[in-house]
Design a protein around this ligand. Structure first.
Ligand SMILES: C[S@@+](CC[C@H](N)C(=O)[O-])C[C@H]1O[C@@H](n2cnc3c(N)ncnc32)[C@H](O)[C@@H]1O
Length: 278
């Protein structure tokens, strides 16, 4: 169990998909135009949301490896991908999916990404990707990771990395103190050393630029409104729980903040596309 429930990932998936930066997705699609087959590794795949959003941008013949250390999420991914596809077959330990005119081979790998990176990334990926993952890792891991990707000369595309911006409607006097404490909580070790948290987009950009990659970053903020009431409620509850653990904000103030019914929220994210030198 990773602490990320399939229910939470289900709740955020439609918002994640509509928030992804469309121009950067098109740029990715242009880079891979005409590639057949294309081999993709998805890090911290959860229930497979990133595949469902990224596969439509890529060619007709795709081979995916989905990596997570949570077996329950990998099992949920296999179920949800089978339901998402127009048709599915099982071949050995692979799932073959048919979606529109595309054929996707999907392998599931249970692994701790903080461990042996070379085994996790494999030798043949054309694209390494992730969604809502890189704010969990440390700057040291990102440096090691960028070097490993650069050795493979493959493309890197990661979406929905938290960038530190958060705005709530209505505003509350404790918003700034809550955000500061939340960011302190985000910097805690999530298994990779002190997490980069909201600095992750900048750290990624610098690491890939230093590796000689061409890096583009674009906004993918969640812009939540009344139709997203369930997500706003869960999000505010999660923020309040995290802040409580830091003991940086007075308990009564946290309780007052958590008691507010919010009609809207913005949570800043960045999408990053890093392409190898020609
Ligand atoms: C915020 S969730 C994102 C899931 C999915 N990519 C999505 O967009 O819905 C982060 C994912 O990273 C996985 N994860 C976190 N640390 C990991 C590690 N050290 N090794 C493998 N997976 C990890 C979690 O199990 C979880 O599925």
């Amino acid at each position: 169990m990773s602490g990320f429930s399939a229910q939470w990932l289900d709740l955020r998936e439609p918002v994640d998909h509509r928030s992804r930066n469309v121009d950067l997705g098109r740029r990715l699609a242009r880079h891979f135009e005409g590639w057949r087959p294309i081999t993709v590794v998805d890090l911290g795949c959860g229930t497979g949301s990133n595949l469902r959003a990224t596969a439509p941008l890529l060619g007709p013949d795709q081979s995916w490896t989905l990596v997570d250390y949570d077996q329950a999420l990998l099992d949920a991914a296999a179920q949800r991908l089978t339901a998402w596809a127009d048709g599915a077959d099982q071949q050995d330990n692979r799932l073959i999916l048919f979606k529109g005119a595309k054929r996707l081979t999907v392998e599931f790998r249970r692994a701790d990404i903080a461990g042996d990176l070379d085994t996790t990334l494999g030798a043949s990926a054309n694209l390494i990707t992730a969604s809502a993952f890189f704010d969990l890792v440390s700057a040291e891991f990102i440096a090691r990771f960028a070097a490993a990707v650069a050795r493979r000369r493959c493309a890197f595309y990661t979406v929905l990395t938290y960038d530190g911006d958060q705005r709530w409607t209505p505003e509350h006097e404790a918003d700034a103190a809550m955000a500061e404490a939340f960011h302190a909580h985000q910097a805690r070790d999530k298994g990779f050393g002190a997490a980069a948290g909201p600095n992750a987009p900048d750290v990624l950009g610098e690491a890939f630029t230093s590796a000689g990659y061409s890096v583009e970053e674009s906004d993918s903020a969640w812009r939540l409104g009344e139709a997203d009431a369930a997500l706003i409620t869960d999000l505010a509850r999660g923020f309040a729980d995290a802040v409580r653990e830091t003991a940086q904000v007075d308990a009564q103030l946290i309780a007052d903040w958590a008691a507010v019914t919010r009609s809207a929220a913005i949570v800043g994210h960045t999408d990053t596309l890093a392409l190898p030198p020609a």
